[in-house]
Write a protein that binds this ligand. Structure first.
Ligand code: SAM
Length: 278
């Protein structure tokens, strides 16, 4: 919606448009100030992201490709158990419990699938999952685990650059983005989100895990190109999100909020959004 200024034909910016512009400006500003040259974002991100979350630790998927089938399956099962039970039920277990039945029979794009703790679990319960990642060894490990577990309703897409997305169908029910699109400057994340949105159905869901601003404040408001040293074992970029900022990243597509919450003492926040028809 754009507002008309009284007596003038000049349209004012809607709040959403203004927000997206502000974030774009900030994105450019931060990019300029970053120690890194973001001309090739995925090349920067690949320097870190073969190290993926695996329960209480991180594992390197290049190394995982070298181990036996039996050891790989054992590590995956152990990582999933650690990540979803006991103390960590309140990190990942709760949403596996909530979304496993919701995602059954749905087509889901797992954006930044990592070690597949979410994607493989949901595929085992009948979701049709496409694993998408910028690191090919992450995908190779997930493919091998699916094969070993006999999980067939899966597909894999290597995100070499944004043109790789053109091979995907346009009818995903769900974009599942767990801690992936917080890893690059806002403006670049906006560009990637715009490409992803071409593949999401009307009334499709955008479900994302991010880090809230309160965590960033608690950690001393580090520049985003330093914050990943604290949060993710040296990620080149980690940026906080709130609802306004996430909606701005999806703009001009419009979404309604199914669920928003901060959880685990403000370490994480959860966005479950449904796309408007128009
Ligand atoms: C913090 S890990 C999360 C992995 C997995 N989603 C999970 O919940 O354990 C971030 C993942 O996102 C991937 N990633 C990083 N930047 C990305 C981007 N711009 N687009 C897609 N995937 C990205 C990384 O390769 C890695 O697999």
């Amino acid at each position: 919606m754009s507002l008309q200024q009284g007596g003038s034909e000049r349209p004012l910016l809607s709040r959403e448009q203004a927000t997206v512009r502000t974030f774009h400006r900030r994105g450019r500003q931060v990019q300029t100030n970053s120690r890194l040259d973001w001309t090739d974002p995925f090349a920067i991100l690949r320097t870190k992201w073969s190290d993926v979350p695996a329960g209480n630790t991180r594992l390197n998927t290049k190394q995982l490709l070298e181990i036996s089938d039996q050891d790989l399956l054992h590590l995956w099962a152990e990582a999933k158990h650690q990540a979803t039970t006991g103390e960590n039920f309140s990190v990942r277990g709760w949403y596996h419990t909530l979304y496993t039945p919701i995602l059954r029979d749905k087509t889901v794009l797992d954006v930044g699938s990592g070690f597949g703790i979410d994607g493989i679990t949901f595929a085992q319960s009948g979701a049709k999952i496409t694993f998408l990642d910028i690191v090919d060894s992450n995908l190779a490990v997930c493919a091998r685990i699916c094969e070993l577990l006999g999980v067939r309703n899966v597909d894999f897409c290597y995100l070499k650059d944004l043109s790789s997305l053109s091979d995907l169908g346009s009818s995903y029910d769900v974009m599942w983005c767990q801690g992936s699109l917080i890893n690059l400057p806002f403006q670049l994340a906006w560009s990637e989100a715009q490409q992803l949105l071409k593949h999401l159905k009307p009334r499709g869901r955008w479900i994302e895990l991010a880090y809230p601003r309160i965590r960033w404040e608690r950690d001393g408001e580090l520049p985003f190109d330093r914050w990943g040293e604290r949060t993710d074992g040296g990620a080149p970029w980690v940026e906080w999100y709130d609802l306004e900022k996430l909606l701005a990243r999806l703009h001009p597509s419009r979404f309604d909020v199914v669920l928003y919450l901060e959880f685990h003492n403000g370490d994480f926040n959860w966005f479950d959004l449904v796309r408007r028809d128009n």
